[in-house]
Design a protein around this ligand. Structure first.
Ligand code: GDP
Ligand code: IMO
Ligand code: MG
Length: 451
């Protein structure tokens, strides 16, 4: 077992081991019953976590997936960048569908705000890169303003936080300064991008966002204190990672990444809990690989096999609707993200999608110029140079969506799971064969998970 986890701790974490959309929403929904606080600690509305309950599907972007369970406290930690407009919309949509959203949603007063100028900057930076260096150099962001909002957090003098919304005078004062700077900066970027730019009006923005603050005021609090006192009082925490470890700002395929620490390393800064808080740490992975946006992808299948995976897996983005790029399972990726994050177990998702292939190819390592690559390529450019080394396994013809017991899986499917465990060195404890709660097999004795 690898990593910095505390096995006896009652707190747990889940996060993605690939490039996002691994099925984190489904796993959080399955595990929530065992925990009291469900905590988002990174990312923003770039995330799209789908949960299916019976025939009802929910897409969550900022609110932890635990919101669909009664009597759980859902926390948006300080490490998340919050777009108040999207959040209010998400709350309204849930409430209209009969989901309770009140005291059970808490937002950190330290979480930074995504402002409209962040979203514009996100789009204009992509347009500027495209104009100057070509379309292929774009990051392919979700356009949700994530990078610019985190950049302002680090810049400090231009960062605005949820707590600022509760003090209108302070917020107005800050906005007057920030909007002047943003207008100057965005005007310059617009020149490079060849785009039109209409300067922002500080008073208008201030008024609108103080209004959003009023709507959200009852949810905004000191979530670090809430977590700290909760843990002291015996509450159990489940941390819900967003995006995926290969999109991690430090450890992913830079620069084709998002702007936060998506894995376990992000939990402590992004929620304000001490290192080693987490025990059970479940890495979520698809049985194959997908990626949205630009960047290298060693096992990508730009052919009929890739299209078959896309069709069977319904691989279209929850947030942007973009077709996801699809390819064979890359275990060099998962072995690396397992090491970075210190996972104690794996949830293998969307396994049903692989039924019906004659042969299944799995990448078990990389080579450059015929020599094996030690470690993981440092960035996107280095990853582009590798050749995947494949192991081929016979496929399984039988559909497995109705399997409920691990022993019911075809022998070739079990051999695939064995290969994952052997290459990654971590047990596969959850196998998922469909989006529904019931389409899940638990391989080790866990407490009741409601399936
Ligand atoms: P997340 O961002 O990691 O939460 O994942 P997404 O929700 O963006 O994408 C995963 C998609 O796969 C969702 O539409 C889920 O409903 C669906 N899903 C989850 N597990 C399974 C599975 O085992 N089989 C199939 N066919 N779909 C699944
Ligand atoms: P969930 O939580 C898939 C990708 C974008 C783009 C890159 C940077 O649903 O797994 P950003 O808007 O963050 O600056 O975009 O990161 N990306 C995701 N891809 N799932 C996600 O979230 C993602 N969040 C960001 O497609 O390539
Ligand atoms: Mg998603």
């Amino acid at each position: 077992m690898v990593g910095n986890t505390t096995p006896q701790s009652p707190h747990a974490a889940i996060f993605g081991m690939q490039w996002g959309d691994e099925g984190k929403g489904k796993v959080v929904d399955l595990l929530t019953e065992q925990y009291d606080y469900i905590v988002r600690y990174n990312g923003g509305a770039n995330a799209g976590h789908s949960v299916q309950i019976g025939d009802d599907r929910y897409a969550l972007h900022l609110i932890p997936s635990g919101i669909l369970h009664k009597d759980k406290t859902n926390i948006i930690g300080n490490g998340v960048v919050v777009d108040p407009v999207t959040l209010i919309d998400e709350i309204d949509t849930l409430v209209q569908r009969g989901v309770e959203v009140g005291d059970n949603l808490r937002i950190s007063n330290r979480a930074h705000i995504v402002m409209p100028y962040h979203k514009l900057q996100d789009a204009m930076m992509e347009a500027a890169v495209s104009a100057a260096r070509g379309e292929h150099k774009k990051i392919g962001t979700t356009g949700r303003g994530i990078g610019p909002a985190y950049a302002d957090k680090m810049q400090r003098s231009t960062g605005v936080r949820m707590g600022d919304l509760l003090d209108p005078d302070r917020f107005a004062d800050k906005m007057a300064h920030v909007v002047r700077l943003k207008n100057a900066m965005l005007g310059g970027i617009a020149d490079v991008a060849g785009a039109e730019f209409e300067p922002y009006d500080a008073d208008e923005l201030t008024e609108a966002y103080i209004g959003h603050g009023k709507v959200l005021a009852d949810h905004i609090c000191d979530t670090q204190h809430l977590l700290s006192t909760g843990m002291a009082g015996g509450k159990k925490l489940l941390f819900e990672g967003a995006n995926g470890s290969m999109l991690d700002i430090d450890h992913g395929t830079y620069p084709y990444v998002t702007s936060s620490n998506c894995g376990s390393v992000g939990i402590y800064a992004g929620a304000g809990v001490p290192g080693g808080t987490v025990g059970r740490t479940t890495g979520i992975m698809k049985a194959y690989t997908t990626r949205v946006g630009a960047g290298p992808f060693a096992t990508e299948l730009d052919d009929a096999i890739g299209q078959r995976i896309r069709d069977r897996g319904n691989e279209y983005g929850t947030t942007t609707g973009r077709p996801r790029r699809c390819g064979w399972l890359d275990l060099a990726v998962v072995r690396y993200t397992a090491a970075v994050n210190g996972i104690t177990e794996i949830a293998l998702m969307l396994f049903d999608v692989l039924a019906g292939f004659e042969t299944l190819k799995v990448c078990v390592g990389y080579e450059v110029d015929g020599r094996p690559v030690a470690g993981f390529p440092e960035n996107g450019v280095a990853l582009e140079k590798v050749t995947p080394v494949y192991e081929e396994l016979p496929g399984f013809d039988e559909e497995i969506t109705e399997c409920r017991d691990y022993d019911d899986l075809p022998a070739n499917a079990k051999a695939y799971v064995d290969l994952v465990e052997r290459v990654v060195g971590v047990p596969v404890s959850i196998v998922s064969v469909g989006p529904k709660r019931s389409q899940t097999m638990m391989r080790v004795a866990h407490e009741a998970v409601g399936v």
